[in-house]
Design a protein around this ligand. Structure first.
Ligand code: AMP
Length: 625
């Protein structure tokens, strides 16, 4: 049987390479664009979502059209972000692994330019670049584009959103007039149209799906909650989806940090990705996410551009994007490579108008969904656990030696009792947390009142205490993110994440707040602690007041900042802050197995269970209306 890629005109070397990648059949965009691009004499506009197989759609034809006997740049691929640049480069290297003489270079900012210049000097045919660094290299007269025959503008709308219009103009002006330009974009705003008009000659235009239609594999849902309940709603959505692997979008860097920090403290496996992190830190966060050592990536739009991680189950819009067009990019992080995904918006009632605007842009309707009740979450978690127990792989050799003792321990119990106890291990923790869980859906008065009461109950479970601000001689140069520092302090200081307040990560040192009551034991436990063979030092800072309201030098001193640190409903009110995961954390801390003290990136399922709890009765299952 002829390989479907061969049928499209791809040569054996490349066909074998994509076969090794597991590509059996071309995706629709590949099927449509490869034959057109292989002709090599057309400008081209492809309107396609991310994750649809775009890279191979232009990458495979390029490999057929380039003369690999010559070592001069013949194709230039411009894309908006370093991540995407590296991804495209790696994909093309994979596609060309059997193609002799093929050289691809990635040119992007934030990395050593000398190395990139060296690679260029050694001879390359395909340059994959972000606009800023490309211009820098052109400015140094370190590259010769006179032989460029093809320019690919990937995620053109993103490049324009990011303000690269002028850079693109300048770069294109250094390439020959008779080159062919292939433009790919998820959306077609007027600025992209203008590029097509200005730089292209009667381009062949292909639209994958209906124009501006979101990926058909993505379902779109929205939940209406009061602004101050956003964080609780996020946690409930996550708890209701035990296997979630999601990107959570926030508008600002501060929000990503706040949300990630609270999630980490509440025992979730999360971290933030934003532009203030060094490239090394961003790489580290992304690697953890790619390796699925992290369940929730909390990101800004800019930082998440170009993220190419398959199997993301959900995109959660913790806040809606300012630019409605950005929604398409956000949601495109799920539903990739033929998989299905869900894009969720957590909105307040005033934002419904924006949902309608997004619907018009993506040409698809949202489903209004209701947040699951506490009961629903408990039930879902219980059956996820049952499923896990049922499917767990038993290592007969290892477990065998313990079986007699285990049997002994359970001798008094019936099979039913044993099953009940196993199931209760994890279930109790959720029951405990959700026993008084309010209905978070912003709907009827009756529910609203009940919600308020329940919420106050949750918030009231812990009173605000004083914090002490401590200095630590570790920081971002040690490759620490705030989450890493939190784990490090909790693990070595043997304190719970709940006792930690604001973390202010600096370069060679950092500050963090800790509850007054735990300061002494923290100091004791930190005696002799080392990091990379270096003694770790913690000290009280001069400006700590142990709970007063004054702002410290770093702006995070004592109770003042902590109370002001609330979010999701305007940064106000200590009660807001206190409410974060109070019940959940307490559940964790009561656990016998160390509860949420381990922030080392293990999933919550690995952590201890809470005490017994009462189930809140409720028949209000998650519903769609
Ligand atoms: P892209 O849109 O190029 O970022 O591709 C999205 C994902 O789909 C990547 O992980 C690709 O490796 C994968 N992919 C692309 N083309 C195919 C194909 N024909 N069959 C299977 N997977 C593919």
């Amino acid at each position: 049987m002829i390989n479907p890629f061969s049928k499209l005109g791809i040569s054996d070397d490349v066909v074998n390479a994509v076969k090794d990648l597991g590509f059996e059949n071309p995706t629709p965009i590949q099927e449509q664009s490869i034959p057109v691009l292989l002709e090599g004499n057309n400008d081209f506009v492809g309107l396609a979502q991310t994750g649809t197989g775009k890279t191979a759609a232009f990458g495979l034809p390029l490999l057929e059209l380039i003369d690999f006997k010559s070592n001069k740049p013949q194709a230039l691929i411009l894309c908006p972000t370093r991540e995407l640049c590296l991804q495209i480069t790696s994909d093309i290297k994979n596609f060309s692994k059997n193609t002799s003489g093929a050289n691809v270079v990635a040119v992007y900012g934030g990395a050593n330019i000398m190395q990139q210049l060296r690679e260029i000097r050694n001879g390359v045919q395909i340059v994959v670049a972000t606009p800023g660094r490309m211009l820098d290299i052109i400015g140094r007269k370190a590259i010769d584009f006179t032989n460029v025959k093809y320019v690919v503008l990937d995620e053109a709308d993103e490049m324009l959103n990011m303000g690269f219009q002028e850079d693109i103009n300048d770069i294109l002006s250094t390439t020959p007039d008779d080159k062919k330009t292939w433009l790919f974009s998820a959306t077609m705003p007027p600025e992209v149209r203008r590029i097509a008009k200005n730089y292209m000659d009667s381009p062949v235009e292909l639209t994958m799906g209906t124009k501006n239609t979101g990926n058909v594999n993505i379902e779109h849902e929205y939940y209406i909650v009061r602004a101050r309940d956003k964080y609780a709603a996020l946690k409930r959505i996550v708890d209701f989806n035990p296997e979630i692997f999601a990107v959570v979008f926030c508008k600002t860097k501060l929000d990503t940090q706040d949300v990630a920090e609270h999630l980490i403290k509440d025992g979730y496996n999360a971290d933030a990705l934003h532009g203030d992190l060094s490239q090394q830190q961003r790489d580290k966060v992304m690697q953890r996410f790619r390796d699925r050592n992290m369940q929730l990536l909390i990101a800004t739009d800019v930082a998440a551009r170009g993220i190419d991680v398959n199997n993301v189950t959900h995109v959660i819009n913790y806040s809606l994007p300012d630019e409605i067009e950005s929604y398409t990019h956000r949601s495109g992080r799920t539903g990739r490579a033929g998989k299905t995904g869900i894009s969720i918006c957590i909105v307040n009632s005033k934002e419904i108008g924006k949902i309608r605007q997004i619907e018009r842009i993506i040409g698809k309707q949202f489903t209004k969904a209701a947040l699951p009740t506490g009961f629903d979450v408990c039930e879902k978690q219980l059956f996820a656990l049952v499923h896990k127990v049922h499917n767990v792989e038993v290592n007969e050799n290892q477990i065998e030696q313990y079986i007699p003792r285990i049997m002994d321990e359970f001798a008094e119990l019936s099979k039913e009792d044993v099953i009940k106890r196993f199931a209760s291990l994890e279930f109790n923790r959720f029951l405990e947390y959700y026993k008084n869980a309010p209905d978070l859906n912003s709907s009827t008065d009756e529910r609203g009142e009940r919600g308020e009461r329940g919420e106050r109950g949750e918030r009231g479970s812990r009173t605000s205490e004083g914090y002490t601000r401590l200095f630590i001689n570790l920081g971002s140069v040690d490759d620490f993110t705030r989450g890493d520092l939190l784990s490090f302090v909790c693990n070595n200081g043997k304190i719970s994440g709940k006792a930690i307040g604001k973390i202010d990560l600096k370069g060679v040192y950092s500050f963090f707040e800790v509850e007054n009551a735990t300061v002494e034991s923290l100091f004791n436990n930190f005696k002799g602690v080392e990091f990379n063979n270096r003694g770790v030092r913690i000290e009280k800072t001069a400006d700590t007041d142990g709970g007063g309201g004054g702002r410290s030098r770093g702006g995070f001193g004592g109770g003042g900042r902590r109370e002001g640190g609330g979010y999701g409903g305007g940064r106000s009110g200590g009660a807001e802050r206190k409410s974060y995961g109070s019940g959940r954390r307490e559940g964790g801390e009561r656990s016998s197995g160390g509860g949420f003290r381990d922030f080392s990136g293990r999933s919550r399922e690995d952590r201890g269970a809470g005490g017994a709890g009462r189930r809140e009765g409720g028949s209000d299952r998650r519903r769609r209306s």
